[in-house]
Design a protein around this ligand. Structure first.
Ligand code: CMC
Length: 430
């Protein structure tokens, strides 16, 4: 057995050596790809609790220590010193940009913010109360109908244009969806503004009067986008990779990722947290809801608590928690019942044996909704904001996946539990 191999013996006594792969940091992975061919069995791991699906250079997480690195840089340092646009460059191109590279990148993103006018017509077809995530998934998917001349997934230049378009146009699409919900006219992008200032003005400006952009609001959004930018093989990113592995166009792959993000166990949790806090209502009800969350016969879970990977704390939650204080103070929100209730709920849950034993801590989504709400962003838009930030992570992963020369279509196996072969019964005999 070579030093790096892992020996496995089947019940019938056949022995094989499985290669062990090491990353630059983190636990090793056992290569089980020849298991089926050689032993006729496959690994069974619903929910991928112990299964790595790819190699990746982009993001590293140590869930025990609460470490999150983008291309090696700690998220805390990026949150304190960088901007979402710079972090986007880092995720896409693997290194921090020089000042010239950053300016060029910023200008490129600015020049792609407008939507084809035809695309705006889609919004006329949606119901006024359509969920903005539904509109986002649909309109991003429809981008493949507009850019088919630059969708050769094997062409690096096309992959670059796609990356710029997604990053630049997602805020415009998100704002258009919001304006439809409000019954207000669509506001065009203004390219002299920063990424987050532009998003704020597209969301909140109206043609009837000037709109002053609050710098603290822009700063808070920028921070949230940095924290949401990537999180290695989470559900939506894995969805983007899986859809993209078939060779489908990247807009369709991102639309699939947006749909996966929408679920309440994933990005939809920020919306669910606010709805939960509203339902709890006041501190006197907290113990009742904590008991519900602990009750195995009750499907209720404390939204914004727990994480598949983080088992001590979510470093993003720590940063956002601080930002909550800053935003609420600077916006002069002295009346902060929702935040106060969230802090109280956090305090009660963190002292509760059930949450302590199961390592359930507040995650990024526990606080992000409180900031979005303070900025005047409605609950239904929370997951859309998450999608804007995560779009760069999806894009970086799609690019990495599609340019891997050893890449193949993602196609898991299954443990079939249905009936074994049987004969068709004519309808009059059933
Ligand atoms: N409230 C009550 N119990 C919980 C919770 C919760 N929020 N989360 C996990 N548990 C319990 C769960 O019932 C299970 O108990 P047992 O071992 O007795 O069966 C145990 O903790 C482990 O949970 P799990 O569902 O097996 O863990 P998972 O890794 O499959 O799920 C999770 C992780 C994030 C989906 C889950 O913790 C959850 O549903 N949390 C609430 C939704 C949420 O906040 N999601 C946002 C995640 S962070 C942002 C993102 O990734 O998008």
């Amino acid at each position: 057995m070579s030093k790096d191999a892992f020996r496995l013996t089947s019940p019938s006594g056949t022995e094989i050596e499985l290669q062990v792969h090491s990353g630059s940091v983190g636990p090793d992975g056992i290569d089980v790809s020849k298991l089926y061919k050689e032993l006729g069995v496959f690994t069974y791991d619903p929910g991928f609790m112990a299964t790595g699906s790819c190699e990746s250079d982009i993001t590293f997480i140590d869930g025990e220590k609460g470490i999150l690195l983008y291309r090696g840089y700690p998220v805390e340092q990026l949150a304190a010193n960088s901007s979402f646009i710079e972090v986007s460059y880092l995720l896409l191109y693997a290194e921090l940009p020089t000042p010239v590279e950053l300016e060029q990148f910023r200008n490129t993103i600015r020049r792609h913010t407008m939507l084809n006018e035809g695309m705006l017509n889609f919004f006329k077809g949606f119901r006024y109360d359509a969920h903005p995530m539904a509109m986002l998934a649909a309109v991003v998917g429809s981008m493949s109908a507009y850019y088919h001349d630059t969708m050769d997934v094997n062409d690096p230049a096309h992959r670059d244009i796609f990356a710029h378009r997604i990053l630049a146009k997602l805020p415009t699409i998100a704002a258009a969806a919001y304006k439809l919900n409000c019954g207000q006219p669509f506001i065009y992008p203004r390219n002299e503004l920063s990424y987050c200032e532009n998003l704020l003005q597209m969301l909140f400006a109206v043609p009837a009067e000037p709109y002053d952009i609050d710098p603290i609001a822009a700063e808070a959004l920028d921070l949230l986008f940095i924290l949401h930018a990537d999180h290695e093989q989470n559900c939506s990113t894995s969805t983007v990779r899986m859809a993209g592995s078939s060779g489908t166009n990247p807009y369709s792959a991102i639309a699939a990722g947006i749909s996966a993000l929408w679920g309440p166990a994933h990005g939809g949790a920020n919306e669910a947290v606010l709805n939960m806090l509203k339902e709890i209502g006041d501190a006197s009800q907290i113990s009742k809801y904590v008991d519900k969350a602990k009750d195995k016969n009750d499907p209720f879970r404390l939204m914004g608590f727990g994480h598949r990977v983080y088992k001590n704390f979510d470093p993003r939650a720590t940063i956002i928690r601080e930002m909550c204080h800053k935003v609420l103070k600077s916006l002069d929100r002295t009346d902060t019942p929702m935040f106060d209730l969230a802090l109280k709920l956090e305090e009660v849950a963190l002292k509760d044996d059930y949450f302590v034993e199961k390592n359930l801590y507040p995650n990024v989504d526990f606080y992000s909704g409180i900031i979005y709400r303070a900025l005047g962003i409605p609950t239904s838009m929370f997951t859309v904001m998450f999608a804007i930030g995560r779009s760069v992570g999806w894009t970086a992963h799609w690019r990495e996946m599609i340019s891997d020369p050893n890449g193949r279509i993602s196609r898991p196996r299954q443990l079939y539990t249905g009936p074994s072969q049987r004969d068709y019964i004519a309808i009059d005999k059933r």
